[in-house]
Design a protein around this ligand. Structure first.
Ligand code: HXC
Length: 260
């Protein structure tokens, strides 16, 4: 965003899943706008290169490894963020698991693993962040997907989890608005250059997504990061409880965003 710099000056953000893909892009966009950033994911080796990039922007940055399915580990990440960066203003819930598997072949544990990471993980981190956000107001951003808007085959687990996240976004927006905490979401479609698109889609489905998208291309990580920057900045000071679709209008035209 060239029209205004330092949209998040003086703020501290925690980004789950922030070592790679969309969430790494969000973390870097936040840092470019004056925000200090903590990132977390299961493996420290996935976080270290991103922390180096964040520090190269001149902002303070830290990494803490945790599985968002473990509420105690999540509490530890929040405590380290406060200890090292001093406060918490913004939480981005981006940690997600996914694979393509039709429901008839999906084990209870397979369904549960994705719901536990995406939906329950979002709840655990958001709940643990509340006391710190409540201290001065803040913003929560939940990374969702357009998967549940149509009957996306092979995605019963992820679509159900993302639908649950959208519901959580609306409920917490109402419960926590009085604390000065805005809770919003972003629903991207396929985003080029991400692990998700590389692993979950075929060349055929990627071509179809580009052809069907009214804007004629796939999203970039920057498209999503700019939307995150908007929703977590004062530019969106009266936006609460929405999940912003950032897919160029694709879902209005097509359900073929995966290869199954
Ligand atoms: C069927 C599978 C499976 C697969 C795992 N399982 N992969 N079932 N097909 N491909 C089942 C396992 O058999 C097991 O069930 C259960 O899931 C748990 O698997 P584990 O390997 O023990 O668990 P865990 O390592 O904790 O988690 C697995 C995982 C996770 C959920 C697959 O490692 C993961 O998703 N990693 C990738 C992260 C990632 O790329 N995230 C970005 C998502 S992008 P059983 O019954 O055998 O015990 C995204 C955007 C979507 O979501 C939009 C794109 C267009």
């Amino acid at each position: 965003m060239s029209f205004q710099s330092d949209l998040l000056k003086g703020h501290v953000a925690l980004v789950t899943g922030g070592g790679t893909g969309i969430c790494r892009g969000i973390a870097l966009a936040f840092a470019a706008h004056g925000c200090d950033v903590a990132i977390t994911s299961r493996r420290l080796e996935h976080l270290e290169p991103a922390v180096a990039e964040l520090r190269a922007t001149g902002r303070r940055a830290m990494a803490a490894a945790a599985d968002v399915r473990d509420p105690a580990a999540v509490e530890g990440v929040i405590s380290s963020t406060i200890a090292e960066l001093g406060r918490l203003d913004i939480l981005v819930n981006g940690a997600a698991g996914n694979f393509v598997c039709r429901a008839e072949n999906l084990s209870p544990n397979g369904f549960g693993a994705v719901v536990d990471i995406d939906l329950k993980g979002t709840f655990h981190v958001t709940r643990a962040a509340l006391p710190h956000l409540k201290a001065h107001g803040g913003s929560v951003l939940n990374i969702s997907a357009t998967l549940p808007y149509l009957g996306t085959m092979g995605q019963s687990h992820a679509a159900a989890a993302k639908a649950g996240i959208d519901s959580l976004t609306r409920t917490l927006a109402c419960e926590w608005g009085p604390y000065g905490i805005r809770v919003n979401g972003i629903a991207p479609g396929p985003v080029e250059g991400t692990e998700g698109v590389r692993r979950l889609t075929s060349e055929q489905s990627r071509d179809a997504a580009i052809r069907d998208c009214p804007l004629g291309r796939m999203a970039t990580i920057d498209d999503v990061a700019n939307a995150a920057l908007y929703l977590c900045s004062n530019a969106a000071s009266f936006v609460n409880g929405v999940t912003l679709v950032v897919d160029g209008g694709l879902w209005l035209r097509s359900s073929r965003i995966l290869g199954d």
